[in-house]
Ligand binder design. Structure first.
Ligand SMILES: Cc1ncc(COP(=O)(O)O)c(C=O)c1O
Length: 398
């Protein structure tokens, strides 16, 4: 009899760099150790009252399915959200998704067949690797370096990564994990490449309002010449502190693509009805909220940078947006170090959990001396977390 088996694709799919050490953190907590979580972009700020009260006051007697593309009123709220940013979409251009994650899954699967390639900028958001592996899509990494502030290389270097099988480029601006804000020039370079080589751009806009020092992102959608090639994947998770609501959006003006993605959306029937309704007030009036949290993260960024500077042997690029920083540590193996933090180290019953950076690179061997820190805790906790990091490095290197 044939053995029951698991697909090669499933076996090849990597674990999330952000979550793979969770069992070790749980075990540390069972031993009574307090763990400061800077491994994951789970902000500690309260979800806006308007969202919570909509959930609490949901009145319908039956929790019905919503339409596969999303509730009309939620799609209209996303439309208003983009209109307030100066970008006009038709309601038909917008689908509601289960977080930005599902929008990314739809985007990858809709543009690339097994064996096709999507260009990423190393280091990149770890889930892109998972989604690519789930679909047998090959990620083609183009390296960005700390020495260049993790900014993009020149056009010809990016073009060198393009092959017959390249279907698109995925980019998150500002970037997770580096906090880099790509310049107008870089955005325009990617637009030129996508037109010259007929590629999709998947613009992951999860952190677009969290940009510091009076700077801003130049939206891809403000360039009509890539209208059929642009896909926006978006999310309320971070900008409204509503990670558990699981509301995102898939946006494209390409009608054929939207027809194909609708079939994907039909496979999961719909997105949760209550949460779709709950986020509408924030989508309709996002700025007053996002401006507040942007200032909170700017302060936290400054605190983390001040504390990191006190640790001998650490260097980092000051983040310009999102809420991550990717320091280089005086260690050789950040996977081993992150494990050490959860298994062998504690100070007064406390430790810190970080994300080892190797999982943010598609190029094997990179990120071994880097970690990603998410500054999603209040400043006092961040100070203690960085203090623990410094103490742990000293002990680890002994
Ligand atoms: C860059 C980036 N894109 C997409 C997501 C997906 O977020 P969600 O599925 O919660 O919307 C995240 C979450 O951390 C992210 O950091």
């Amino acid at each position: 009899m044939k053995n029951i088996s698991i697909s090669q694709r499933a076996l090849n799919t990597p674990a999330s760099a952000v979550r793979k050490l969770v069992p070790l953190a749980d075990a540390a907590k069972k031993r009574g150790i307090k763990v400061y979580h800077v491994n994951i972009g789970q902000p500690d700020l309260p979800t806006p009252k308007k969202i919570i009260s909509k959930i609490k006051n949901f009145k319908a007697e039956t929790l019905e399915y919503a339409p596969s593309p999303g509730l009309l009123e939620t799609r209209m709220a996303w439309q208003k959200f983009y209109k307030d940013k100066g970008i006009n979409f038709e309601v038909e251009d917008l689908f509601v998704t289960n977080g930005g994650s599902e929008a990314l899954i739809f985007a990858f699967a809709a543009i690339a067949d097994p064996g096709d390639e999507i260009i990423v900028f190393d280091p990149f958001y770890t889930s892109y690797a998972i989604i690519a592996a789930m679909n047998n899509i090959v990620l083609k990494p183009v390296l960005t370096k700390a020495a260049d502030g993790f900014h993009l290389p020149v056009q010809s270097v990016i073009e060198n990564a393009i092959s017959r099988r390249t279907k698109g480029i995925v980019i998150c601006n500002p970037n997770n994990p580096t906090g880099t804000l790509y310049t107008d020039n870089e955005v325009e370079t990617l637009i030129n490449i996508s037109i010259k080589h007929n590629l999709y751009i998947i613009s992951d806009e999860t952190y677009q309002e969290i940009v510091f020092d009076g700077k801003r992102v130049l939206p891809f959608a403000s360039f009509p010449k890539i209208r059929n090639q642009l896909i926006i994947t978006d999310s309320v998770s971070k900008r409204f502190n509503s990670c558990g609501a699981r509301i995102g959006s898939f946006v494209s003006r390409n009608k054929d693509l939207m027809r194909a993605v609708l079939r994907f959306a039909q496979s999961r029937l719909c997105v949760a009805t209550v949460e779709q309704l709950a986020v509408i007030p924030l989508l309709n009036d996002y700025k007053s909220y996002t401006e507040k949290i942007r200032d909170v993260y700017a302060k936290r960024r400054n605190t983390v940078m001040t504390e990191l500077k006190k640790i001998p042997g650490i260097s980092f690029i000051p983040p310009e947006g999102a809420f991550y920083i990717m320091p280089k540590l005086p260690i050789l193996d950040s996977d081993d170090f992150a494990t050490f933090l959860l298994t062998k180290f504690s100070d007064h019953g406390e430790t810190v959990m970080v994300a080892p950076a190797s999982g943010f690179y598609a190029t094997a061997g990179l990120g071994k001396d880097e970690i990603r820190i998410a500054y999603v805790l209040e400043e006092k906790k961040l100070r203690r977390a960085m203090d623990l990091l410094g103490l742990a490095i000293k002990k680890y290197n002994k």
